[in-house]
Design a protein around this ligand. Structure first.
Ligand code: 5GP
Ligand code: ZN
Length: 142
């Protein structure tokens, strides 16, 4: 897609610090890293989000992210743990609408994290968990 920044990077029309490349995907350094070593793994073809992403490409992105994660202890990157993060949709924090899987090195005191909502400490009743599980299960099996 012409106007997509990640398509431009894939096509070589915009610069990026590449980490890994194969037929299906490209991994490169995030331009505004949460922590040093923050990598994005993107499909080479343009898919907006999980809605149009073929499952086998999604699996491949995850496998590459896993390999990047496991390489980190042998690099100079400070990484006591790793978050894999994918924002699906604007409300979930997606800013670039070309699917991408974040590989974010984490360490104690890095200051990054999820902020929980006001109801987080109120645990739902089992009946509520069961009801939602039933709905999702039904839709998945449709
Ligand atoms: P999102 O918020 O959509 O999950 O993540 C988008 C990510 O893309 C952000 O972490 C942002 O820093 C990164 N990003 C945006 N534009 C560019 C760019 O031109 N080059 C690189 N390398 N990363 C970018
Ligand atoms: Zn794109």
């Amino acid at each position: 897609m012409k106007s997509c920044i990640f398509c431009k990077i894939v096509n070589g029309d915009s610069p990026a610090s590449k980490v890994y490349e194969d037929d299906l995907c490209l991994a490169f350094m995030d331009i505004q890293p949460v922590n040093p070593g923050h990598v994005l793994v993107v499909p080479k073809a343009h898919f907006t989000d999980l809605t149009d992403l073929p499952a086998h490409i999604g699996s491949h992105l995850f496998q590459v992210a896993q390999r990047i994660t496991l390489s980190l202890p042998n690099t100079g990157v400070k990484s006591e743990g790793v978050d894999l993060f994918l924002a699906h949709g604007e409300a979930a924090g997606q800013d670039v609408f070309h699917v991408h899987l974040h590989v974010i090195p984490r360490y104690e005191g890095d200051g990054f994290g999820f902020r929980f909502g006001p109801n987080y400490s109120n645990l739902p009743e089992r009946s509520e968990l069961d009801a939602i599980a039933t709905q999702i299960k039904y839709e998945m099996e449709k």
